[in-house]
Design a protein around this ligand. Structure first.
Ligand code: ATP
Ligand code: MG
Ligand code: MG
Length: 353
């Protein structure tokens, strides 16, 4: 069989490598950290920085197709790679997903609504933007934020006296988003094949704790037409990006059932981990199928389920979890359980009601 290259060696890379192996592919990962979760599963590791030119050339030479497991792959590296080997999803998807402003402009440009936003590059602009949003909003770094890092919430505060805020945020380009009083949050995991076929999984309802995904529940407590609208928006995003592979799209659901897109992740997504337990074809297999030019699998769900992340010391629950029937456990092989670190997840299955 041929070899699939994966940039990034975290748990998502590990799960992609597992799915690739099951379909008969070999994998080579590019990851600077020697002891990474994917190293235990991949056939080979190129241990170098993500933008190391020699390492990228080696990856290109070894792979029939290259993909990635995180959205902060340097766009220049991905584009240079794409000149030598097929790269899926397309580097354009990285470009859009890496900058919260570019992301919202892209979404709004294809008719998908988001929270209102303003770019913020200094404290005066923050003051002006907060005034426009009546004192409430979420200030975020435009780039590199994840798990709620690089964010500051303003709620019903005086619109002034914010000297030093931008410096405290690291003096990087910022975005102020209006505060969305959402009723719930859902995400859609969807895939687009080489032939343009799209397969969308059912929306998951997501609950975050300390900025990190805590649980994903299926089905989400939303109307059928809301679910269909979320899936249609994901399909629109995939087509607009001429995408190949799996994408995750996060939404806010408002009280009237309407949707605002929050962000997109051009990769397999934590809120799609439930698919390995409740679907015949998981998001990981679906991604490998898509980038390898195979037909997409059925995204249908055979069970209801709740996926929960194991963060830090949560791994101490493993013995008790193993004693439960109808529970699928997935550990990432990380030796040290640091606070906030994703160590694994589990999915509790129940019969479809
Ligand atoms: P991820 O780990 O999902 O990539 P992130 O760090 O990129 O997270 P966001 O998804 O932008 O951050 O925000 C994290 C959470 O903060 C959201 O899931 C939501 O609960 C809340 N949030 C973000 N933006 C807004 C907003 N404009 N209004 C209200 N709540 C928000
Ligand atoms: Mg994000
Ligand atoms: Mg998010």
């Amino acid at each position: 069989g041929s070899t699939i290259g994966i940039i990034g060696g975290g748990q998502l890379g590990r799960m992609l490598a597992m799915a690739a192996a099951r379909l008969g592919y070999r994998t080579v990962i590019l990851e600077p950290q020697a002891a990474c979760p994917a190293a235990q599963v991949a056939n080979r590791q190129i241990t170098a920085a993500y933008d190391d030119a020699a390492a990228l050339a080696e990856l290109a030479a070894a792979s029939a197709v290259v993909t990635y497991e995180f959205e902060n792959v340097p766009v220049a590296a991905a584009s240079a790679l794409a000149a030598k080997v097929t790269v899926y999803p397309p580097p354009r998807a990285l470009e859009v997903a890496q900058d919260r402003v570019a992301e919202k402009q892209f979404l709004n440009g294809i008719g998908i609504k988001t929270a209102d936003f303003r770019t913020v590059d200094n404290d005066d602009e923050l003051t002006a933007a907060l005034r426009e949003f009546s004192g409430s909003g979420i200030l975020k770094t435009r780039r590199m934020g994840y798990d709620g890092k690089g964010q500051r919430v303003f709620r019903n505060m005086e619109t002034g006296g914010f000297a030093g805020t931008c410096e405290a945020m690291g003096n990087v380009p910022l975005i102020l988003e209006s505060f969305v009083a959402f009723e719930r949050e859902v995400s859609v995991i969807a895939a687009r094949g080489l032939d343009g076929a799209v397969a969308a999984y059912d929306p998951a309802e997501n609950i975050h704790r300390d900025g990190i995904l805590h649980t994903s529940t299926l089905p989400a407590a939303i109307r059928l037409e809301t679910a269909a609208a979320a899936q249609a928006a994901a399909a629109k995003i995939l087509s607009a990006l001429d995408y190949v592979g799996v994408i995750g799209v996060e939404f806010f659901v408002l009280a009237d059932g309407s949707l605002l897109a929050n962000e997109i992740a051009p990769r397999v997504h934590n809120s799609g981990h439930w698919t390995e337990a409740a679907c015949v074809v998981s998001q990981f297999e679906q991604h490998i199928r898509a980038i390898a030019g195979l037909p997409l699998g059925n995204p249908g769900r055979h069970s209801n389920c709740v996926m929960e992340n194991l963060i830090g010391d949560d791994v101490l629950r493993v013995p008790a979890l193993l004693a439960e029937p109808d529970l699928m456990l997935h550990l990432y092989g990380k030796a040290e359980a640091r606070p906030g670190r994703k160590m694994g997840h589990f999915t509790r299955i129940s019969r479809r009601g």
